[in-house]
Write a protein that binds this ligand. Sequence first.
Ligand SMILES: Nc1ncnc2c1ncn2[C@@H]1O[C@H](COP(=O)(O)OP(=O)(O)O)[C@@H](O)[C@H]1O
Ligand SMILES: [Mg+2]
Length: 290
Amino acid sequence: MSAAPPALEVTDLAVTFRTERGDVPAVRGISFTLEPGESLAILGESGSGKSATAHSLLGLVDPPGEVTGSVRFGGTELVGMSERDLNTIRGRELSMVFQDSLDSLNPVFSIGSQLGEVFRARAGLSRAAAADRAVELMAAVGIRDPRQRMNDYPHQFSGGMRQRICIAMAIALDPNVLIADEPTTALDVTIQAGILRLLRTLQRERDMSLIFVTHDLAVARMVADSVIVMRHGRIVERGVLEDVFRNPRHPYTQALLDAHPARATRWQDLRPGPEHPGLATPAGVSDEKR
Ligand SMILES: Nc1ncnc2c1ncn2[C@@H]1O[C@H](COP(=O)(O)OP(=O)(O)O)[C@@H](O)[C@H]1O
Ligand SMILES: [Mg+2]
């Protein structure tokens, strides 16, 4: 039997922003594959092209950005696909969690109606069935008393809880691939740890592939098995995360490692070991109550 085809196959992907002051080559021709069930971190300093890469995978690069190269998802080429066709795939098969939950949630609708809408509009469920699924999902991402909280609005939740709700929205339709772009950067460390554990648990339980974008190697270690290190729009290193961590080949990776050695150790202590394979869902709820 041959190996399963990759979840995503990226070839010579480039993103260029054509600005009035000249072209900004944000991503300069990168190639990689994402395997089914793989958890891959894209690691690099600010400005290295991580977000441009993540956005281009979902056709979310806005003008003046221009995307060339190939992103194959299943048998389908995503680069150059019409917005209409992309919309049938986005959220359903390929989904994304952004850095700022306040930008992703609509402030004027209750959480229940926003989550329910995903099931009604996109999965064709009845209002009652959609509400039940929404409650289930809220529980799965670690929201306490989910049925009562359905009527609450985004501002009534803390940042960490809002980010959990965004994760719920992103996984509602069981995507094969979830892309998370620095989803915990705005949160404090203990809250971050809970979210990272949740993502890890969901990725494993649902057998999703995960692309996790971060500038923080210690964060990458908590969620990912493998890593791409980006610098100036190029991939400088690709491998098993622990191997790269122990034996970085590229001086830039070494520099990233050297930047926060104490922090990396601290994160390592937070990371669940193999003796806790279940990672206890819902993860980290006790970190934060609201
Ligand atoms: N809309 C835009 N217009 C012009 N340049 C942009 C735009 N978005 C990003 N860039 C540039 O592209 C490069 C990569 O950005 P980005 O992918 O956001 O990096 P990262 O996510 O790694 O911090 C940076 O030099 C950034 O300034
Ligand atoms: Mg970014």
